[in-house]
Design a protein around this ligand. Structure first.
Ligand code: BMA
Length: 373
């Protein structure tokens, strides 16, 4: 290409905010998905549900599990969620099921089906503590990250866990084309809080960043994983500086997002909208500046106790936000669920939310052909 043309191309790309993926060797499908998600910004928001394709709640509030082709969102709307959330916790222990009882074989199957329908999957990882694998993700063994960074044996043990993640994501292939399924990988989330062993009180910002970069480098370079889009997601934050305090750098994240839960509704409704709207505004600015796509990577009001929560609380937060997706947490138990199901008090409002606020479920997402070549 002539120098002048290259210059013109650059001129066009920079203001459009187009950013190449951090993994230069990403598979063509992964690159295509990332480009499609960039192009989607401002045009519609994908709706996600954690574990939504693995289990949920019946209209009488009891649990169902493992049924093929079922999800609570589909029962209510006729379509699966556009984004399926999954958690790899306990894969590192060689368990057959994850920490919430989802068999990894079922997860593998559902991720492939989700891809075949034109949808996306995202993976979080509530892993146990690599320094003492008998301790859960919530056990704060002193200085886990500093020890992994400084002690060779600890690092090797941790990297052996990463190899299991690599093996899992590299086992996800479209049976027709044989191509690897692209995924959004979102490790070490909510690290502005301190409830996980990688949280703010348990390592310095610099240690967190080094740990993150080592993790991504190991997956990319040692394990040659090239079907991941990397998501960096905090919990609540009180300024862009706070958000970016532990950010590993533009070469180590593709998507930036945050997790936020609504508690004490309805008295806190207004405050929640105000605070979350502020974070979404900052996120949009940071997304533009760093040329990253953005998402609310986890949210929800437990038991969706406000009947018009979707149109009255979520809608004002996400309007004009340019977010790529919003994911609600799992429908785990009758007292611990975040998505509506038929007969749930907010079910009607959810239908209105989807229809009126450009919320994309399975069908519209498939029509976008996010993986087109
Ligand atoms: C939490 C709860 C827990 C679950 C964990 C990891 O928010 O849903 O029950 O084990 O996420 O998925």
């Amino acid at each position: 290409m002539k120098a002048k043309n290259t210059f013109l191309l650059l001129l066009c790309l920079i203001p459009c905010g187009i950013m190449a993926q951090i993994d230069k060797k990403a598979t063509p499908l992964t690159k295509q998905l990332y480009t499609s998600l960039q192009q989607l910004q401002g045009r519609g928001i994908l709706f996600g549900h954690q574990d939504g394709l693995a289990y949920g709640l019946n209209p009488d509030g009891s649990r169902w599990t493992g049924e093929s082709g079922r999800s609570d969102i589909k029962t209510l709307t006729g379509e699966h969620p556009a984004v399926a959330g999954w958690d790899l916790g306990h894969l590192e222990l060689d368990s057959t099921s994850n920490l919430d009882g989802v068999p990894f074989e079922l997860m593998r199957q559902r991720i492939i089906e989700q891809h075949q329908r034109g949808g996306i999957s995202t993976l979080s990882w509530h892993l146990n503590n690599p320094i003492d694998p008998s301790k859960t993700t919530w056990d704060k063994v002193e200085s886990t990250i500093p020890r992994i960074l400084s002690d060779k044996t600890a690092r090797r043990n941790y990297q052996a866990w990463l190899s299991k993640v690599a093996q899992f994501v590299q086992s996800l292939r479209d049976p027709q084309s044989g191509e690897l399924v692209p995924l959004i990988f979102r490790p070490y989330h909510e690290h502005t809080g301190s409830w996980f062993w990688w949280g703010a009180d348990h390592c310095s910002p610099e240690e967190y960043q080094r740990f993150w970069r080592m993790t991504i480098n190991y997956l990319r370079k040692k394990e040659k994983v090239h079907n991941l889009i990397y998501a960096y997601s905090t919990d609540r934050f009180n300024s862009p500086e706070h958000y970016l305090e532990r950010y590993p750098g533009d070469r180590f994240a593709d998507l930036i997002g945050f997790d936020i839960y609504h508690r004490n509704a309805p008295s806190s409704n207004e405050q929640f909208v105000k605070d979350t709207r502020q974070m979404v505004t900052w996120l949009k600015e940071m997304g533009k500046e760093h040329r990253k796509i953005t998402a609310i990577t986890e949210t929800g009001l437990e038991q969706v106790t406000v009947a018009n929560w979707w149109t009255n609380v979520v809608a004002p937060i996400i309007q004009g936000s340019d977010l790529t997706y919003v994911l609600v947490w799992r429908n785990g138990r009758p007292d611990h669920y975040y998505a509506p199901y038929p007969s749930q008090p907010s079910a009607q409002d959810f239908l209105e939310f989807v229809a009126s606020f450009n919320i994309l479920l399975e069908n519209k997402t498939a029509a976008l052909n996010l993986f087109k070549k």
